[in-house]
Design a protein around this ligand. Structure first.
Ligand code: GTP
Ligand code: MG
Length: 312
């Protein structure tokens, strides 16, 4: 069992994209018992040491969706889940993840299917937070997927802060991990400037130092639709996509270079790389941000890569 320490993270100032931002204000905190948007109870926000999580299945590999706020972790989970459900997989929230966190977490678990199928982007975003899911086929567990709040991986208010305790506890857990590290194109709405990106690179390098040899890394270049790199649905110019990421996130790939004198001949880097689009987010007449899922080619390719990593 892992205690989670959220350190000095200020959940009240979470920056979001301009259009569909969900910002937690101090009046929200004092007026509600549990904050649905952060996936944390008010008690947990005030005293993060009260939070406890547990990954009870220590054998099934865990895919960790790792990335800053608003990079698209929740929507990636939504998109992948829709795809997998269409392929006869079962994706189910694991209720034991938050042993001390009863009604709110249970409610998130109960609401999971309606949230996955919602066309309202904000609904999915706000109700799927800090959860772990199991993916099964014919009853057989294939993997677990952890989706957490971005500011616990890198907090825009305090980007050099160490990881909170729960990240270390997941890093050190017995399960084999697949680290799905999210990167996005330059986007003024995300308030992600070069300094922030450099701090994120430092976080990724810190993570890399701690990984076990059996862990795998997949870089997901999400929001690829915002770039000129898409040739046709699911087909992107990979050479330039890699270049764009290494230009934006300078040196990010350096510690992932394959130094094995033999395997480096055909595998330059120790990671997989995939361009991804969760969908489009048009605004309805009433201002609601809707979600129209993107082409199947993207989750198809992402799942192929995950399956390869799961096999080891
Ligand atoms: N253009 C485009 N926008 C996207 C895509 N995926 C996500 N977005 C936008 O990014 C916003 C944030 O996505 P989320 O999935 O909530 O981001 P998150 O990483 O879960 O954020 P936190 O929960 O705050 O850590 C969405 O509301 C969309 O506006 C995509 O594939 N393309
Ligand atoms: Mg999220």
């Amino acid at each position: 069992m892992a205690d989670i320490d959220f350190g000095s993270s200020n959940h009240e100032d979470k920056p979001k994209e301009e259009d569909n931002s969900i910002v937690l204000s101090s009046s929200d905190v004092s007026s509600s018992i549990q904050d649905e948007r952060s996936g944390l109870s008010i008690e947990e926000i005030k005293d993060p040491n009260k939070i406890r999580v547990e990954v009870v299945d220590k054998e099934t590999p865990v895919i960790v969706l790792f990335g800053p706020p608003s990079c698209g972790k929740t929507m990636t989970l939504v998109r992948l889940t829709r795809y997998l459900q269409g392929k006869n997989y079962t994706v189910q929230p694991i209720t034991s993840f938050r042993p001390s966190y009863d009604s709110h977490y249970s409610q998130m678990c109960n609401d999971f299917n309606s949230m996955i199928n919602s066309d309202n982007a904000a609904e999915s975003k706000s109700k799927i937070n800090f959860m772990i899911f199991k993916v099964l086929k014919g009853g057989k567990p294939i993997c677990q997927i952890l989706e957490g709040p971005g500011e616990e991986y890198i907090d825009p208010k305090d980007p050099t802060r160490l990881f909170p305790k729960f990240v270390y506890s997941i890093i050190n857990s017995e399960n084999r991990k697949i680290w799905a590290i999210m990167v996005v194109p330059d986007d003024r709405n995300m308030r992600m400037d070069n300094d922030f990106r450099m701090n994120y690179v430092t976080k990724i390098h810190d993570l890399k130092k701690r990984l076990k040899p059996t862990d795998k890394v997949v870089f997901i270049f999400n929001k690829i639709d915002k770039t000129e790199l898409v040739l046709s649905p699911g087909v992107i110019n990979y050479r330039y996509a890699l270049k764009e990421v290494s230009d934006l996130y300078r040196n990010v790939f350096v510690p992932f270079k394959n130094n094995n004198p033999i395997t480096k001949l055909w595998k330059e880097n120790n990671f997989d790389f995939v361009g991804f689009q969760t969908g489009d987010f048009p605004k309805a007449a009433d201002g609601t941000v809707t979600f129209e899922q993107g082409p199947d080619e993207y989750p198809y390719k992402l799942w192929e890569i995950f399956l390869k990593c799961i096999r080891g």
